[in-house]
Design a protein around this ligand. Structure first.
Ligand code: HPA
Length: 255
């Protein structure tokens, strides 16, 4: 059903894809119509109903590198399965993508990781209770799931750009409710540095397909209980927009 879309991406010849999280769309300039592929064209790929998600792939560029941007991801909290929310990753792999960058908005659990800054994901805690590989045979090694060599390149580039780039552990929860202060204390004691509601299932699917993987969390807020303000999706979108520029610079340097 999506053979035509697969062929279009293959012809474009991109090796890298970037999944854009909430509020991070400004990483892509307004694309020409013939450079977009709506999610409707992809088999099994549900569309996100969440505000801030456009539901399309964009054939774009960062610096000189051809990149496929996924604008809009689908989440477990919308009622879909881990298998359904990762259909886009399987599509990208079929279309010739070999390197994947996952971005997301996350709450900070770490006293030194201020809202507005970025964290490169070194490892994750999948606390969703779900896996896109459920029902498949075989076991997947998740050691070094987030490419160590790619992480090193990004760390060096951030230093050269004088850009603050934290490194740490992303905890992926199912949501859609934000965490309670008690859950935030628990996550901290489990070794998490930031918390969000995406990324972990996509990361598992990407590694199962042999893709090189990187992940970046845009810290949009303090996790619940760490600050007096209450959490809102609006706050998350606003912080993402400003931070997208910083990530754009970093990606341009490395890609
Ligand atoms: N918790 C969970 N998901 C999030 C948060 C948070 O504080 N901020 C952005 N996404």
């Amino acid at each position: 059903m999506d053979a035509f879309a697969v062929e279009r991406v293959r012809e474009y010849g991109a090796e890298i894809a970037i999944v854009l999280g909430s509020g991070l769309y400004s990483l892509v300039q307004q694309p020409a119509r013939d450079r977009t592929i709506p999610y409707q064209e992809i088999a099994d790929l549900p569309r996100s109903g969440v505000k801030g998600h456009a539901n399309r792939f964009v054939l774009g560029e960062i610096g000189k590198a051809r990149v496929v941007f996924a604008q809009g991801r689908v989440h477990l909290y919308e009622g879909y399965s881990a298998r359904e929310i990762t259909a886009g990753i399987r599509f990208l792999a079929r279309a010739g993508i070999t390197r994947l960058i996952l971005t997301n908005a996350a709450g900070s659990l770490h006293p030194d990781f201020l809202p507005g800054s970025w964290m490169m994901i070194a490892d994750h805690l999948n606390l969703t209770g779900a896996s896109p590989l459920s029902g498949e045979s075989g076991f997947l090694d998740m050691t070094d799931a987030y490419s160590p060599s790619w992480r090193e390149q990004f760390a060096r580039a951030a230093q050269a750009l004088d850009l603050k780039l934290h490194r740490g552990v992303y905890a992926g929860l199912r949501g859609p409710q934000y965490e309670t202060p008690a859950e935030v204390r628990m996550l901290r004691s489990l070794g998490a540095d930031v918390v969000g509601m995406s990324t972990v299932c996509e990361a598992i699917q990407a590694r199962a397909l042999g893709l090189d993987l990187s992940g970046f969390s845009c810290l949009t807020n303090w996790a619940a209980g760490l600050h007096k303000t209450s959490l809102s999706h609006q706050e998350v979108l606003k912080a993402g927009d400003a931070a997208a520029r910083a990530l754009g610079q970093l990606l341009e340097k490395v890609l």
